[in-house]
Design a protein around this ligand. Structure first.
Ligand code: ZN
Length: 202
């Protein structure tokens, strides 16, 4: 499966000067929602991700996604894995389990995002369900932005990856585009201004 082609065909691989949620700048932005607007594609991707997770032998009770980015990917993955699905959301900046969702002590939870960059939001969701007694057994995303090391990839883990090394991370592809801190961004140096994706109708 050629994930890059799927993103390009859906116009979900944007080119410009973007400020990512991690604070870094990049010439590319992945708009997963554009890929997932086709439920058939969402199912195709989730089925492939679920197969990786089953082949690995990971036992999962529940998939949990941090809203909003991970919602559709997580739901599709939970459907493919035939397991329970919950999500966390930010309340006053803090990732929280709301809406009557509860987790059991020792419940095996897989955290699912659309894209994992450094894994910041995924780790906030993980901390919240662990605080409530669940066990986070792994992480998943449609694609890895190139900082973390996914199961089956040779791409090395970078120091700013925040996912734990002792739990598996599943993704369908590495999107290892260059990313810059604002101080070192060549696009900023060339005089252009970084935009937050979504702020100009994209
Ligand atoms: Zn920049």
């Amino acid at each position: 499966m050629d994930i890059k082609k799927i993103y390009m065909d859906a116009n979900a691989l944007l080119h410009g000067h973007f400020k990512l949620s991690s604070g870094n700048h990049s010439e590319y932005y992945l708009q997963s929602a554009k890929v997932l607007e086709d439920p058939g594609t969402a199912k195709l991707l989730a089925d492939a991700l679920a197969k990786q997770i089953r082949d690995y032998g990971l036992e999962i009770d529940t998939v949990c996604s941090p809203a909003i980015g991970g919602l559709i990917a997580g739901f599709a993955l939970a459907t493919a894995l035939d397991c329970r699905y919950i999500f966390t959301e930010r309340v006053d900046g803090k990732m929280t389990l709301r809406r009557g969702f509860e987790v059991k002590k020792g419940e095996k939870i897989l955290i699912c995002e659309d894209i994992i960059t450094t894994g910041g939001s995924a780790m906030e969701a993980a901390a919240e369900v662990e605080r409530l007694g669940a066990d986070v057994v792994g992480f998943a995303a449609l694609a890895n932005r190139g900082f973390c090391r996914r199961v089956g990839s040779e791409l090395e883990r970078k120091p700013n990856c925040r996912l734990p090394e002792n739990r598996p991370f599943f993704a369908l592809a590495d999107f290892d585009f260059p990313m810059y801190s604002p101080d070192e961004c060549p696009l900023c140096k060339a005089g252009s201004e970084a935009v937050k994706p979504g702020s100009r109708g994209n």
